[in-house]
Ligand binder design. Structure first.
Ligand SMILES: [Zn+2]
Length: 474
C-alpha cells in the first residue's frame, strides 16, 4: 500500500509538489470533460507519489543558478539612516563532480563541448534542509486519515493507544517510513535525525524496520537514529531492550522522555540514560516537556554529568525543553551559557500556542539550535507535513521582525545555520568543495523563500537529484 501507480495523491495534488501535482490536475480535467463519470480518488491512501527522478551523471554543469551575493542598503526619506531593503543575487554556473560543488563559474563562462548541462532556470539555490527531530517510525501518513483522539487520562491514553497501534503498524512500517521520506524529500530535506520507539510492545521491531527503510534511502538521505523509550525508560522497564537496541548497532543516540512525569524517578532515570550512553559511546537526545519545577533539575543533572564526563561533551541534545519559555531573561542567560560551555544542543519542533520558545535568544547566546518537524500526522498530533522551511517561517513569525534581513537569518534554523549570506551579508555558501546537497526553488532570495514557502522544484543530495526535476540545457 501507499504506492499509487496512477500518481493520484491528494498530498501531491494539494501540496503541488512539482510535476506530480500538475499531472494529477491535468488528468482530472481530462476526465471531467468526458461523458463517463470521473474516477473516484482513493482518499484513504494519501501519500507522496513515488516518482522516478532523473539519474544525473557523476559530473555535470548546472547553469542559471541564482546565488545570493549581498544585501542592498538604501535610504528612505522618512528614515534617519540607510536600511537593508533587499538581497542582491547573481546567476552562476556550478560544476558538480563527485557529489560536491567543484567550481562556481560566471554565467558566461564557456562550458566544455559535450559536457552534461542542466538548467536551473534562474531559480534560487538554498542549502539542503535538515529535519533534526522526527519520528520516522510512527505515522498515519500513507494510510487513512485519523485525527488524534481526545484524552481522558492525559498522556496515559496516548501510550495506551500506541500499545494498541504498534503491533498493527509493524506490517506497514517500512512503507510508511518510505512515504515520510518521500514527503521529506519533496520538502527539500535530505538530512535528518529520527527517534525510534523501543518499548515492550514493539520491542526492537520498529528499529529493525526503520533501519531497513533508511538503508533503502541511504544514497538520498543522511540520517541518524535515536532509540526512544516512549513508554518510559524505567516506567516500562525498557533498560534491557535499550541495551539490546544499542548492541544491534547503527544507533547514534540514547533517547528518553520526561524523567519525572514518565519515570517518577528523575535521578535514576537520568543516571541510567547517561550510563547507557557512556557504555555504548553514543550521544543522548532527551525529550523533556515538563514544566520548569521538574525540568530544570533534570537538565541540571544531565549537565552535571556532562561536566564530569568529557566524553559526552558535544553529544547531548535537549529536545523540546518547553520549560525554557518559563525562564526570566537572567535565568535563560545563565542556562544558555552553561549549555554553550558544555556544547549541549537544543532541539525544537517550534511549538505554537504556548509561550514562544526562546530559540532566537538561545541561538544568539551561542547555543547550537536544531529544529525538527517531530510528528507527521500520528496519534500524538494530527498535524505535521515534514516541512522544516515552514518551521523556520514559524520562528520568523514568533521571534523576529519581518524585515528582509531578519527573515533571511531565520533560514538558518532549517539548514543548520548554513546560509548563502552570513550575518554581515558576506557570501558564505556555496563555496567550491561544499557538498552538493541543495534545493532549487522559484524564489528571488532566502527571505522570500522563508516567507512564501515556494515549491521545492529540484532537491539534490550529494549531487544526486532526489526529488523534482531539472531540465537539460538547450
Ligand atoms: Zn519527538
Amino acid at each position: 500500500m501507499g504506492n499509487t501507480p496512477s500518481g493520484l495523491s491528494r498530498r501531491g495534488f494539494m501540496g503541488s509538489v512539482g510535476a506530480g501535482g500538475l499531472a494529477v490536475g491535468a488528468s482530472l480535467m481530462g476526465h471531467s470533460t468526458g461523458a463517463s463519470a470521473a474516477p473516484m480518488i482513493d482518499v484513504s491512501t494519501v501519500t507522496t507519489p513515488v516518482s522516478s527522478v532523473q539519474a544525473l551523471p557523476g559530473t555535470y554543469y548546472l547553469s542559471n543558478v541564482r546565488l545570493e551575493t549581498g544585501f542592498v542598503e538604501e535610504k528612505r526619506p522618512w528614515l534617519d539612516r540607510p536600511v537593508i531593503t533587499r538581497t542582491r543575487t547573481e546567476l552562476k554556473t556550478l560544476r558538480i563532480a563527485n557529489g560536491a560543488v567543484a567550481e562556481i563559474m560566471d554565467a558566461k563562462s564557456a562550458i566544455p563541448p559535450g559536457a552534461a548541462v542542466f538548467d536551473a532556470q534562474g531559480q534560487l539555490l538554498l542549502p539542503t534542509f535538515r529535519d533534526m527531530h522526527t519520528h520516522l517510525d510512527k505515522t498515519f501518513y500513507g494510510g487513512p486519515w485519523e485525527a488524534t483522539l481526545p484524552t481522558q487520562h492525559g498522556r496515559a491514553d496516548r501510550v495506551a493507544q500506541e500499545q494498541e497501534l504498534l503491533p498493527k503498524l509493524l506490517a506497514v512500517a517500512e512503507e510508511r517510513t518510505a512515504a515520510m521520506i518521500r514527503l521529506m524529500h519533496s520538502q527539500g530535506t535530505t538530512v535528518c535525525r529520527s527517534h525510534c520507539n523501543v518499548d515492550p510492545v514493539s520491542k526492537l521491531g520498529n528499529l529493525e524496520h526503520l533501519k531497513k527503510s533508511l538503508e533503502r534511502y541511504k544514497d538520498s538521505l543522511e540520517s541518524t537514529i535515536i532509540i526512544f523509550p516512549q513508554h518510559g525508560l524505567l516506567a516500562s522497564d525498557s533498560v534491557g531492550l535499550m541495551r539490546e537496541a544499542l548492541k544491534s548497532g547503527g544507533v547514534s543516540f540514547v533517547g528518553g522522555v520526561d524523567p519525572t512525569s514518565f519515570d517518577h524517578a528523575m535521578e535514576k532515570s537520568v543516571d541510567t540514560t547517561v550510563q547507557l550512553a557512556t557504555d555504548f559511546n553514543v550521544g543522548i537526545d532527551i525529550h523533556i516537556h515538563e514544566p520548569r519545577a521538574t525540568a530544570m533539575p533534570a537538565f541540571s543533572r544531565f549537565m552535571d554529568h556532562v561536566e564530569k564526563n568529557k566524553q559526552l561533551q558535544g553529544k547531548v541534545t535537549f529536545s523540546h525543553a518547553y520549560a525554557l519559555a518559563e525562564l526570566s531573561k537572567e535565568e535563560l542567560k545563565d542556562f544558555a551559557a552553561r549549555m554553550k560551555a558544555l556544547d549541549i544542543t537544543l532541539a525544537s519542533a517550534v511549538p505554537l500556542g504556548k509561550g514562544a520558545m526562546p530559540l532566537r535568544e538561545m541561538h544568539e547566546a551561542g547555543v547550537r539550535v536544531i529544529c525538527g518537524t517531530d510528528s507527521v500526522m500520528d496519534w500524538w498530533s494530527s498535524f505535521g507535513n515534514a516541512d522544516i522551511l515552514q518551521k523556520a517561517q514559524e520562528i520568523a513569525r514568533l521571534q523576529y521582525p519581518s524585515t528582509e534581513y531578519d527573515i533571511s537569518r531565520t533560514l538558518g534554523f532549517a539548514t543548520g545555520f548554513v546560509t548563502p549570506l552570513n550575518d554581515k551579508g558576506e557570501q558564505a555558501w556555496p563555496k567550491a568543495g561544499d557538498e552538493a546537497s541543495f534545493n532549487l526553488l522559484p524564489a528571488s532570495c532566502s527571505a522570500e523563500a522563508v516567507a512564501r514557502l515556494p515549491v521545492r522544484n529540484a532537491v539534490f543530495h550529494k549531487g544526486r537529484l532526489v526529488h523534482g526535476a531539472v531540465p537539460k540545457a538547450a
